[in-house]
Design a protein around this ligand. Structure first.
Ligand code: IPE
Ligand code: IPE
Ligand code: MG
Length: 227
């Protein structure tokens, strides 16, 4: 059995899901996708996972229409408001990675409030990647180190990243059929097992997550060594 602490997911395919279902608006897919976030969080929490890191909005997603960007910001706010009870009932800590300073003020406040209310929990940590870009994170980390006048090594550099104190990613999943990482967790996936599925995010159920985990358990993880 492999040790499994951290699953990261690129939740892709919401727009295509909506189109496939015959909806005219892509946003219906985002709404359905939020339901899977809930379902997978419960599953991850029940199985004793430590970190579930979900790509919700990338530094590149600002290129989308104003209407879609503003819908996504509102959806994240609504999601956090609704999910607080789920976090409280399931011992789930909430955290984020990404540059929050560019988000609408009300969303920034909702995020800090949710973090505060769940800070003492020690079960699953759900990490939402919001206005997250791995290159942006690395550059911010480098500048922090320079400001502190510090030379870094692999271990100490990790402490300047948004993911400080979070274990490395064991499993990276991308739904939606594309095989790319889209500026997600470049440092943190150095030794992750990668899973790409054609399933669109709103169809990615807890059962499908479990089947990825089952496959992961049969992988020989050598980390450069010999067994
Ligand atoms: C992922 O689904 C959600 C976000 C990037 C916010 P998309 O909106 O990218 O859906 P597709 O990939 O266009 O189908
Ligand atoms: C990646 O999906 C970002 C999120 C899931 C938040 P995108 O749909 O933005 O990625 P690309 O544009 O296909 O690479
Ligand atoms: Mg996409």
């Amino acid at each position: 059995m492999n040790n499994l602490k951290h699953i990261a997911i690129i939740m892709d395919g919401n727009g295509r899901w909506a189109k496939k279902q015959g909806f005219l608006k892509r946003i219906v897919g985002h709404e359905e996708g939020a339901k899977r976030v809930r379902e997978l969080t419960i599953h991850a929490s029940n199985m004793g996972l430590k970190y579930l890191t979900l790509y919700a909005f990338s530094t590149e997603n600002w290129k989308r229409s104003d209407a879609e960007v503003s819908f996504l910001m509102k959806l994240m706010d609504k999601y956090l408001k609704n999910e607080l009870k789920l976090f409280l009932d399931n011992n789930v800590r909430f955290d984020t990675i990404g540059d929050l300073s560019k988000l609408p003020k009300n969303l920034q406040e909702r995020i800090s409030y949710t973090k505060e209310k769940t800070a003492h929990f020690d079960g699953l940590t759900q990490v939402l990647a919001v206005n997250y870009g791995s290159k942006d994170e690395i550059i911010r980390a480098v500048n922090k180190a320079i400001k502190e006048g510090k030379e870094v090594d692999e271990k100490s550099f990790g402490q300047f990243l948004d993911t400080k104190n979070i274990d490395p990613v064991d499993i990276l999943i991308r739904t939606g059929g594309d095989k790319r990482v889209s500026n997600y967790l470049l440092w943190q996936i150095a030794y992750s097992e990668l899973f790409f599925t054609d399933t669109l995010w709103p169809d990615f159920t807890a059962e499908k997550l479990q089947s990825v985990i089952d496959k992961f358990q049969n992988i020989d993880r050598r980390f450069g060594g010999v067994k």
